[in-house]
Ligand binder design. Structure first.
Ligand SMILES: Cc1cc2nc3c(=O)[nH]c(=O)nc-3n(C[C@H](O)[C@H](O)[C@H](O)COP(=O)(O)O)c2cc1C
Length: 326
């Protein structure tokens, strides 16, 4: 049995499993390993210091896999924004035909650049209303990210168990379920809830090919489902990060009623988070991590992980659920 959905068909992949864009993790090593295992690997554009570096990274990934892979472009308001259009041009020049976008409505300028080149747009959002407006604006696949997710879960606090079917009731284009997925049970649940595949971030960080320090991978294994913290809630820019002394301190400082971003700026600096992933110094900064840590018990290769999820899902459907329905 193979799990065929509109998403496997549209993306030309074997299994309905996508690796979400991940800052400082989504390099060619991980993206190609996921794609070679039959999923969709994704390079993170802004992890590259320049559009030319992204061109090279796309070439590097192409040398490591002959399967489809994508590129993530995340757009958040920033004081010194990168040249997003130049990054998008590098994607076009590199012949990449699948792009995952996330962030503000400004991503639509990027869609307008990419779509004439036949690029499939997979847009990640955290609310049904945003999914509907992205569908109307012409994206091809919605990745709906529940409250469980690492990164930015939005401000509505709706977990996947309700968010995914609520989106499936309204959105007509295919849906990827994201946030909290890490095993075969999650994949079957996502399909049952109306999605046509899953997107995983945290789970792929705890794989052999993830280009981060082993101590960080071990932390994802050691943490249970309580191993994350929500920061920046008071700025309406909620972020789910791993539990460590720094995220605890950020929560503590921002709990004061008059707290401002300056109070935590140095703790949450991107360079420190990057340093943490590189050196394995778990108290160097903040790092993204989801609730799914409670379901991560080992550090397999991407091939082992994807095989395990797909084989397990097929068994749950044909044996466990099949015998219940008999
Ligand atoms: C280390 C890490 C970095 C991430 N960076 C980004 C990013 O740059 N852009 C983005 O859209 N999502 C980012 N995410 C979110 C993932 O793409 C994905 O939506 C999320 O991890 C799904 O939830 P899960 O971790 O429960 O699987 C990141 C997640 C992790 C774990």
């Amino acid at each position: 049995m193979a799990l065929r959905t509109r998403i496997t068909e549209m993306l030309g992949i074997e299994h309905p499993i996508v690796q979400g864009g991940m800052m400082n993790v989504g390099y060619a090593e991980l993206a190609s390993a996921v794609s070679n295992a039959g999923g969709l690997g994704i390079i993170t554009a802004l992890t590259q210091p320049s559009p030319d570096a992204l061109r090279n990274e796309i070439e590097r990934c192409r040398a490591m896999t002959d399967k489809p892979f994508g590129v993530n472009m995340t757009i958040f308001p920033s004081i010194n924004p990168p040249d997003y259009r130049a990054y998008a041009q590098a994607i076009i020049d590199g012949g990449v035909t699948i792009v995952e976008t996330a962030g503000t409505a400004a991503v639509r300028d990027i869609w307008a650049m990419l779509k004439p080149h036949g690029v499939i747009i997979l847009h990640k959002c955290t609310a049904v209303r945003h999914a509907l407006s992205a569908e109307k604006a012409g994206c091809d696949i919605i990745s709906i990210d529940g409250f469980e997710c690492a990164g930015h879960p939005g401000e509505d606090d709706v977990p996947g168990l309700v968010l995914i079917p609520a989106a499936a009731d309204k959105v007509k284009i295919p849906l990827l379920a994201s946030g909290g997925f890490g095993d075969a049970r999650g994949l079957v649940a996502a399909l049952a809830l109306g999605a046509e595949g899953i997107n995983m971030g945290t789970r792929f960080c705890a794989t052999k090919e993830a280009p981060i320090h082993d101590k960080v991978k071990q932390a994802y294994v050691a943490n249970d489902e309580r191993g994350s913290r929500l920061i920046f809630r008071s700025f309406n820019n909620t972020a789910r990060v791993g539990l460590n002394s720094v995220s605890e301190e950020v929560v503590r400082r921002l709990a004061k009623p008059d707290a401002v971003f300056e109070d935590v700026r140095e703790l949450v600096a991107g360079v420190k988070g990057k340093e943490l992933l590189r050196t394995g110094d778990l108290d160097a900064g903040v790092y993204w991590a989801g609730i799914v840590q409670g379901l991560i018990y080992d550090i397999p290769t991407c091939q082992e992980l994807i095989d395990r999820i797909v084989d397990g899902a097929e068994r749950i459907i044909s044996e466990r659920l099949g015998s219940m329905a008999a």
